[in-house]
Design a protein around this ligand. Structure first.
Ligand SMILES: Cc1cc2nc3c(=O)[nH]c(=O)nc-3n(C[C@H](O)[C@H](O)[C@H](O)COP(=O)(O)OP(=O)(O)OC[C@H]3O[C@@H](n4cnc5c(N)ncnc54)[C@H](O)[C@@H]3O)c2cc1C
Length: 420
């Protein structure tokens, strides 16, 4: 077994997941060094949905209250057919007896990044190294060494543990030689944000809407800053064309006609992957968030589950550091449970969600619509559905950072049950 000493925990990546991990460790009095390539926190809007289970966890680092103060609470969301209208509406208040957050909180990811950064920059237990690029990770018998590039040259940072929260192209994952198996969608997704109220343009829609169509599916949702409309961009359309004013206006006009041009305040186009790292732990190094798993954004669970990774891992690191818990047992349990959730829940659900919207076969579309209608109409089935999409189901079933024996026993029970 590896022996324990007291150096800092190095966190690579000051995105929402890495900073959540650093805040949880700092709360427990553990020193962290955050290494971030960019000179300042990333300003991109990106993800915009926080689910009940995530808000419960973020309460532990006191980030939920400011998020609630800024965010938009959305209890109802709809599935629609682009041609025929409403298919089904789900109401998250059905979960009011089991969570204090029976809604989706709509808030741009960048606001969470800012709130975390404001918190960490004044915390004496946290060293923030912006403009510092991780290059290579080496494990020694009782610690880790990270080679970084800074504007003044190359240096080595040493620590007890290292958390790779460095996103999709993770240098940490590559440095460990881990594969990142999965698929990349042919189409890219384009998100266009407008300050115009889409509920005025499309009366009857909810504040979050998944809209299926065999030709061009959509999702339309509201954040405190704007309404976002997302559509897929086929592989034969290049980025410059997809992002041109003419194309964007053409698409928005097809979503809802307007005599005037839509004002557009933000655009993002990006590739979608479904990938999972072969393991989430090697020695003293663990991967969390997009560094460990990449998902379609339909359903908004990728970032949420990255935040759950951060809490699972840091609860274990706190036990290792404060209570002398067994390092291998804790980190193996982390890797086993979080990878199982990434494959069996997050990947399975986001793939199903995306397929439901883009299905072309008329009979499969009919069956999918019938399933949604029947589920929404039956309170027990609707509740089960909502528990799963709000991630309360995976959190209650598998726990977050439970002791290794309990984690393995829950994993075994779930697998024996034939569930993901
Ligand atoms: C354009 C875009 C739009 C998106 N929109 C949505 C959406 O609508 N809905 C949704 O659910 N999800 C969306 N996502 C996905 C979501 O943003 C991610 O799941 C989330 O950002 C993951 O957080 P993270 O902290 O794991 O990684 P990231 O946010 O990627 O943070 C990783 C950090 O690591 C830093 N870094 C990387 N390499 C190094 C290195 N070598 N050294 C030091 N630092 C490094 C990066 O600069 C970055 O700050 C979107 C992603 C993109 C790219």
């Amino acid at each position: 077994m590896v022996t324990e000493k007291r150096g800092p925990v190095i966190v690579v990546g000051a995105g929402p997941v890495g900073m959540t991990a650093a805040a949880a460790l700092a709360n427990a009095g553990i020193e962290t060094v955050i290494v971030e390539r960019s000179p300042e926190p990333q300003p991109d809007w990106r993800a915009s949905t926080f689910h009940a289970a995530t808000l419960e966890l973020l309460e532990e680092i006191d980030i939920t209250p400011p998020m609630l103060a800024e965010g938009l609470r959305v209890p109802r969301y709809q599935f629609r057919d682009r041609r025929t209208g409403l298919i089904a509406e789900f109401d998250l208040t059905l979960l009011a007896d089991e969570t204090r957050f029976p809604y989706r909180l709509q808030l741009n990811q960048q606001r969470l990044v800012s709130l975390l950064w404001e918190r960490l920059r004044t915390d004496p237990r946290v060293t923030l190294r912006f403009g510092t690029e991780a290059h290579d990770v080496r494990q020694t018998r009782d610690g880790v060494e990270l080679t970084v590039r800074t504007p003044s040259g190359v240096e080595t940072i040493t620590g007890d543990h290292l958390i790779g929260a460095d996103g999709a192209g993770s240098t940490v994952r590559k440095s460990l030689g881990l594969t990142f198996e999965g698929i990349t969608y042919e189409e890219r997704f384009l998100i266009v944000s407008t300050p115009w109220d889409m509920q005025v343009k499309l009366p009857g829609i909810a504040e979050v809407n998944y809209i299926s169509d065999p030709e061009e599916w959509l999702f339309i949702l509201r954040t405190p800053d704007a309404w976002r409309v997302l559509w897929p961009v086929p592989p034969d359309v290049d980025d410059a064309t997809a992002l041109s004013d003419t194309e964007i206006q053409r698409h928005l006009q097809a979503v809802a006609h307007s005599d005037e041009e839509y004002p557009v305040i933000d655009t993002q186009i990006y590739r979608i992957h479904q990938r999972v790292a072969e393991t989430f732990r090697t020695g003293r190094v663990a991967l969390i968030g997009d560094a460990a798993h990449l998902n379609s954004p339909v359903g908004g669970v990728g970032l949420n589950s990255g935040i759950h990774d951060a809490f699972d891992l840091t609860r274990r690191l706190i036990r290792i550091r404060h209570d002398g818990a067994d390092l291998d047992a804790e980190l193996d349990a982390f890797a086993a449970v979080r990878r199982q959730i990434a494959v069996g829940h997050v990947q399975a659900d986001t793939q199903r969600n995306t397929d439901r919207l883009r299905e072309k076969d008329p009979e499969l579309r009919r069956q999918s619509e019938l399933e949604l209608k029947q589920t929404a109409a039956d309170p027990d089935r609707a509740r089960q559905w909502l528990r799963r999409v709000s991630l309360l189901d995976s959190v209650r079933r598998f726990g977050v950072g439970l002791a290794p024996a309990e984690t393995h026993s829950r994993l075994a029970a779930v697998l024996a049950d034939g569930h993901a």
